[in-house]
Write a new protein. Structure first.
Lengths: 454, 454
């Protein structure tokens, strides 16, 4: 093809609105985080599953379709089937449970970290393609399972290298008991949806909406009293006692919350958990505890990890009632937050521990031999593959954040030694044995955090 | 919702034709293999990238569209854009390179392990959704880069726990030199496509097609002579010398092959590589070495790893010529092969190293404490969360292939000891300290292979 015709046919390289590429500088930390989470989930006996990204639209949306409809990517495939890209990992999991019931042994603990798609209007930190990280326990309805998910949420955040977070918990069953006590159970879904807006529109606006909804100022006030905490630092059990009284006295939901709290306390992690009765999770399939998670330094990021207990997850696909409890971490939002916080996880995307410079290509097999030995010892080794001036090779190593270079002189080749340069300090170490070189590099590249992705 | 109305609205849980779920028994080995590959690629200084699953159709198919068209999933999104699911990882990578040229430093070494979609008719081992594992070096055209990819292919197979494989290499440049020598360079693409069918339709049929194509029996015979090896075990350099002669004598491509071979020999891995001149890779963007990989015990699986050198990968999107060399492993086919071979990687999908049985829920916090200590020491620990008879708990551990159980007697709780049962041998160890219990479990659960995904 001549240069001329080629120039004409060039297509502008671009991605769709709301989609994005991950360059190594972001993909390396993303993978480090997901790898660590996977290892962490597996340490709790959770297992991975995978489901198709594309499903029958009917399976994902139910027979009616409804509100989610406009937000999802759906189309007719070549076989004229109505198909859609999954918009979360929960619905496919429900379908999966119903379909493979006989192959699974309950309680079933699974995790799933993968992409989902929604056709929302993209905003800062919101994409049409994003990654969710879900973990659920199915087949159990008790405080022990509720606690295990909360406890995993807590340890997950430390595994991700996140500090300063707060889990805000409430209980949908307790809230419904309270509404029943007020005689408002019939309109619980509408009330929940309204209460869910508290963070966005403020107390006054919510009170107005509740008044309109219930038709009674007194009941609107009672609801507002239930969902508000006078003192943000009100202890967990004090809030629980107060809400229990408002709901008409002791009940199984309060008891459940008390047991969960006792486990959190025994595990020594209770200070990360607040009882926040304004948390409702707008969706109506939750039946027990619900929670959201906020980064104390970046509250404007919204919740980075949410979920709760549902008592009939797969009801759309099977008559069997499958109770469950689970949580979902929004990885993209969390990555953006870590970037904003200047976390070392995001800034340490080095492509290798050491570069072997190409000082004379006739020694290439010798470079390869050295690289093999170093890799066997766990180092990441990149041989520079072009025949370029040494200055270009330094520049390349710098751009790729590689901290060390091996340069071989003719003497090195003859006597099987190495010259190693620390590219940060510019210190040069001559005539090292390969073992000494490995020890030197390993010592200085010890990962800043445990998040090296190793 | 009453039982009755619920029964009516149940949707059959099912997946689309050619798509499938991965249950833990397959997802655990899949993840173990991809994790090991990622670690392996990173040890060579390769870095991960990620691109959207959905792109402008024009970007993926070029302005013409063409043959691939029928095989891809494409549709109009809500914004009336023509969009398509990626059908490989190479085209998005080419687009990525053109778009981010200024942010990348050449040579650029990347890997990408993810799903792609094609609307082909599903066959055994062929799916509409499948996982590719690509690794490429861009910005270099020399024997050292060619060798590095081949060398990584070799070590990748051992990292995946695969034995008995053969890499079949040829050189497109050498083949074209040969065709030019015959005066057939103009129809090289058609000839390559025909030769590519050799494995499927046999020698005779190919000869017939070549005769029709070239119009000359003699030339068809010459091509057949080039692509055939009398002796399957003909040494690499002998084949190279023979083909060089057929192509009219020494030329840069033969020299390149000789250098690559010398590196393979120096690295001591040359026995895994055969010069197989019938390998052409039907696609027309290859310009240098090309290769396919066959499992010697399962040749009917076809190639499980293929690729080659291309000298203008991103030409559709940029005027800059970006030479590269790369390889793609077909993970689904490989998983199916490992399953057929009874590989321990596929059969060792245990959900945890040890189950803590729920003998009395009042001790739950004690179980949790033990689990935390064990997890810190690297064990995978699943607490049984239901209040069920011990027989049910044994059955659950068995189904999940958990090799050990911790059972706590009242004495154990009082004296802070553990009773550990080996669920395979049924051996019981009483009154163990937690350290002794960890040592016992660790000793027996040492991974069968290095592929534990740790």
């Amino acid at each position: 093809m001549s240069k001329e015709t080629k120039a004409k046919s060039i297509i502008e390289p671009r991605v769709l609105k709301g989609f994005r590429d991950f360059l190594p500088s972001m993909e390396i930390p993303k993978k480090a985080i997901t790898n660590n989470l996977e290892k962490h989930f597996r340490s709790y006996g959770f297992v991975p599953i995978d489901t198709p990204i594309l499903e029958y639209t009917e399976v994902l949306l139910g027979k009616g379709g409804g509100e989610t409809d406009k937000q999802i990517f759906h189309f007719k495939d070549n076989g004229e089937r109505d198909v859609a890209l999954r918009f979360d990992l929960t619905v496919p999991f429900a379908r999966f449970l119903a379909q493979h019931q006989s192959e699974l042994s309950l309680p079933f603990k699974r995790f799933h970290i993968d992409k989902v798609w929604r056709g929302e209007n993209p905003q800062k930190g919101r994409y049409r393609e994003f990654t969710q990280c879900d973990f659920d326990i199915v087949g159990v309805d008790n405080a022990e399972a509720d606690f295990e998910i909360l406890s995993m949420m807590d340890s997950s955040f430390s595994v991700m290298g996140v500090q300063n977070y707060q889990f805000c918990i409430a209980h949908r069953g307790l809230f419904n008991t309270f509404l029943a006590h007020l005689g408002l159970l019939e309109m619980s879904v509408e009330i929940l949806r309204t209460v869910d807006k508290l963070r966005k529109i403020g107390k006054e606006e919510v009170q107005k909406l509740l008044h309109e909804l219930t038709g009674e100022g007194e009941k609107a006030n009672a609801i507002l009293q239930y969902i508000s905490k006078e003192d943000e630092k009100e202890p967990f059990l004090t809030t629980l006692d107060r809400l229990t009284a408002l709901a008409g006295g002791e009940n199984p939901h309060s008891e459940r919350m008390r047991t969960i709290y006792s486990y959190l306390h025994e595990a020594g992690i209770e200070e990360h958990f607040t009882f926040d009765p304004s948390i409702t999770r707008g969706l109506d399939y939750y039946t027990g505890i619900v929670y959201e998670t906020f980064l104390t330094e970046l509250p404007h990021f919204g919740s980075v990890c949410s979920g709760g207990r549902y008592n009939d997850l797969a009801g759309l696909y099977t008559k069997e009632e499958l109770p469950g409890v689970g949580s979902s971490i929004g990885l993209d939002r969390l990555l953006a937050a870590l970037e904003e916080l200047g976390s070392p996880i995001v800034s340490s995307a080095s492509s290798a521990d050491v570069a072997i410079f190409n000082t004379d290509v006739k020694h290439f097999s010798h470079y390869d031999r050295i690289a093999r030995v170093m890799r066997k010892d766990g180092l990441r080794v990149a041989i520079y593959l072009l025949n370029k001036k040494i200055g270009v090779q330094y520049k390349w190593a710098e751009t790729n954040a590689i901290p060390f270079a091996v340069l071989l002189s003719e003497d090195d080749v003859l006597s099987s030694t190495l010259t190693v340069k620390n590219l940060r300090t510019r210190e040069v170490h001559n005539a090292l044995s390969i073992e000494a070189a490995i020890a030197l590099i390993r010592k200085s590249t010890r990962r800043l955090t445990t998040l090296g992705g190793r």
